[in-house]
Design a protein around this ligand. Structure first.
Ligand code: C2E
Ligand code: CA
Ligand code: CA
Length: 422
């Protein structure tokens, strides 16, 4: 027991526990099995707490631990860890071995001036979500920075929704060039946000949040629609553009929309861009989330006549088996390999060589990304790479900057209309 003076300085701790992948367990082994697991999980938390606090079921697969009259934060962590250890020790249910893990958010504070109970729970919940987002199976302590971040994200989200309505998103185009630099092979569409308050915002600052909030779905659709329409217009005006491809990034969240194939079909039809000239870029992690569904969507997209590329190749799972299974047409060698190419001591050259050999044997096209120097370009040429993209030739350009990469316009050779005629 604590003395009076100690009690005045005493701490409390609240831990918000969410079991990892419990839904999967429920879906695969049935709800009654899931119920038994929850009962056992609760029992194990109680045992692990050793009478040093309370265990509550919060709902579903969520539990809350409450510990009070603690002298130090370490003490709180010790008790919570002990409860989790007990929870995560494998156990048997109905002859099945169950191994649980949990994501946990913890709030520790002075009992004397503790905030409202619902605020404490909300903060613990927020820390729990950070634990989930950063890979599950871990404890995250709440700190005020998390609140600030959450507010910033909310503001960003509200700004982005407004920006969609006000058409503040623009599409830039980066040329993909033949390795000699003589021919434009196509363009990659890259989104930009021209915000009246934030300035020109790069995708890194908003795509991850848009992905999380789901806003990437309407945003991605907007980019696809606009890029296809623009490319179709260039094809009308510039004969050489009829031989150029348009690459558009497809985020994971977009790719798993049930109507994604129908959407792409619709947008292609509206724009008049022949499907063969559209290339959709997917990342390895998009495909590996749910390989079966991915495979079926890819087949249906391919059936429309579009081609598929793997973006940032070599940075993700690098599981080669899937390359054979998935109907992919092209790999984009990630910028990180290209950047390291000139360094004699780096593995990048060997890796790039291996990727080129792999692509050749699977008959896949290759585009090297992020080429900035002549030296990188020459090394890529030695490796047999035929298509490159990067600042060496051009940064992503606003629409008005693209014509110099499109060759002469159809009207260029025709005599100008004389004013007053017609
Ligand atoms: P990404 O698809 O890998 O696109 C290539 C990025 O590399 C672009 O950045 C481009 O500006 C940059 N880059 C090109 N050449 C060079 C170079 O020589 N050196 C360097 N240092 N960088 C170069 P950006 O436009 O900032 O886009 C970043 C990422 O945001 C993209 O990476 C893509 O993952 C995502 N993104 C952009 N637009 C869209 C979009 O419309 N939809 C989706 N889902 N994602 C997008
Ligand atoms: Ca890309
Ligand atoms: Ca890339």
């Amino acid at each position: 027991m604590l003395e009076d003076s100690q009690r005045r300085n005493a701490l409390f701790a609240v831990a918000f526990i969410d079991l990892d992948r419990f839904k999967m367990l429920n879906d695969s082994l049935g709800h009654s099995f899931g119920d038994l697991v929850l009962v056992e999980a609760a029992r194990r938390l109680v045992i692990g707490m050793r009478g040093q606090g309370q265990v509550c079921r919060f709902g579903g697969d969520e539990f809350v631990l409450i510990v009070s009259e603690l002298a130090t934060a370490e003490e709180a962590q010790g008790i919570i860890r002990s409860a989790l250890e007990s929870l995560c020790t494998p156990f048997g249910v109905d002859g099945q071995e169950v191994r649980l893990s949990a994501s946990v958010g913890v709030v520790v504070g002075p009992t004397a001036d503790s905030p409202k109970a619902e605020d404490i729970l909300q903060n613990a919940d927020m820390a729990m979500h950070r634990a989930k987002d950063t890979g599950r199976d871990r404890i995250r302590m709440f700190h005020p920075g998390m609140l600030r971040r959450a507010r910033e994200l909310m503001a960003l989200d509200a700004d982005m929704r407004r920006a969609l309505e006000r058409e503040e998103f623009l599409v830039y185009y980066q040329p993909v060039m033949s390795i000699s630099g003589e021919r434009t092979l196509g363009f990659e569409a890259l989104v930009r946000w021209k915000s009246p308050t934030r300035g020109l915002v790069t995708p890194h600052a908003f795509i991850p949040h848009a992905e999380e909030s789901g806003l990437i779905v309407p945003l991605g659709e907007l980019v696809l629609r606009r890029a296809c329409a623009t490319m179709a217009a260039w094809r009308q005006r510039y004969p050489a553009a009829r031989g150029m491809t348009l690459a558009v990034n497809l985020s994971a969240r977009q790719f798993v929309q049930p109507d994604i194939v129908e959407n792409v079909r619709q947008i292609l039809r509206e724009s008049g861009l022949p499907p063969a000239w559209l290339k959709l870029e997917l990342t390895e992690s998009t495909l590996m989330g749910d390989p079966e569904t991915a495979l079926s969507s890819m087949r249906r997209l391919k059936a429309l006549g579009v081609s598929l590329a793997i973006d940032d190749f070599g940075t993700g799972y690098s599981s080669l088996a899937y390359l054979q299974r998935f109907p992919v047409d092209m790999l984009k060698i990630d910028r990180s390999f290209v950047q390291d190419l000139p360094r004699e001591d780096s593995d990048s050259r060997e890796l790039a060589r291996a990727i080129m050999a792999l692509a050749r044997s699977l008959r896949l096209g290759v585009v090297a990304e992020g080429v900035e120097t002549r030296e990188q370009l020459e090394l890529l040429a030695e490796l047999g790479c035929e298509a490159v993209q990067g600042y060496y030739f051009s940064p992503p350009l606003p629409e008005a900057g693209v014509p110099e990469f499109l060759g002469p316009s159809a009207e260029a050779g025709l005599p100008e209309d004389e004013p007053g005629q017609a």
